[in-house]
Design a protein around this ligand. Structure first.
Ligand code: C5P
Length: 221
């Protein structure tokens, strides 16, 4: 149905963004990248020279965030106060700082409310860390996408450094392992909540993973 909500969670390097986009495009649904929202707050705070440890101030920034986020799964459009930040929010500077913002409960309250407003309209694949549990726990299709740590490191290294040799994997380790550990303190995405289907993509190709999600959609909706 066109008002379907598909919730997808997973750790970094699980491939969930790519998979979620492909699933949305294939079903003619919109796509909400919730990680981009936490990244946008982080970019905005650093841009304004706000100390990320100042939780009150950062939460206030989140509430004021002039975010324009495209929901077309085929393109990535993210603007903050009119500035195109689609590339800027993917830099390692933001990846290294984002957990400090994502563990701010005031920030989460604001962003979860914005995400729920989109989910309520329906017709969307929502992807992140707490979608199956907090943002859209009633979604008919809820998926936890996992992959072995080695596979996730290698995927992220390829994405960021264009190689998955030892040096590239080592350079990626902090970004993946430390960030997941920090993120785990506020959202549990390593184990599936009740009623959430797990898809382990470790030995699946991208196409196979997308197909597995589409099969679940067929079965559950
Ligand atoms: O998915 P992505 O790597 O872009 O997410 C960036 C960061 O945003 C995560 O490391 C996490 O700190 C935060 N996040 C979150 N809850 C979500 C989505 C992302 O805390 N639903």
């Amino acid at each position: 149905a066109r008002d379907l909500v598909v919730a997808i969670d997973g750790p970094s390097g699980s491939g969930k963004s790519t998979v979620a986009r492909r699933v949305a495009a294939s079903l003619g649904l919109r796509y909400l990248d919730t990680g981009a929202m936490y990244r946008a707050v982080t970019w905005w705070a650093l841009e304004q020279g706000v100390d990320l440890a100042d939780t009150e101030r950062v939460a206030e920034l989140a509430r004021e965030l002039p975010l324009e986020q495209g929901l077309d799964p085929r393109t990535e459009a993210v603007r903050v106060a009119g500035t195109d930040v689609a590339a800027a929010i993917r830099t390692s500077r933001i990846s290294a700082a984002v957990s400090a913002v994502a563990t701010n409960l005031g920030v989460r309250a604001e962003l979860v409310a914005r995400q729920q407003a989109v989910a309520r309209e329906g017709g969307v694949v929502v992807e992140g860390r707490d979608i199956t549990t907090v943002v859209a726990p009633d979604a008919p299709v809820r998926v936890l996408l996992t992959a072995d740590e080695r596979v996730r490191l290698s995927r992220r290294a390829l994405e960021v450094h264009g190689s998955d040799d030892d040096t590239a994997v080592d350079a990626t380790r902090d970004q993946v392992i430390r960030r997941d550990a920090d993120d785990s303190t506020v959202a549990s995405f390593h184990e599936a909540a009740d009623g959430v289907d797990v898809i382990d993509s470790s030995i699946l190709s991208l196409d196979e993973t997308v197909d597995a999600v589409l099969k679940l959609v067929e079965a559950r909706s």
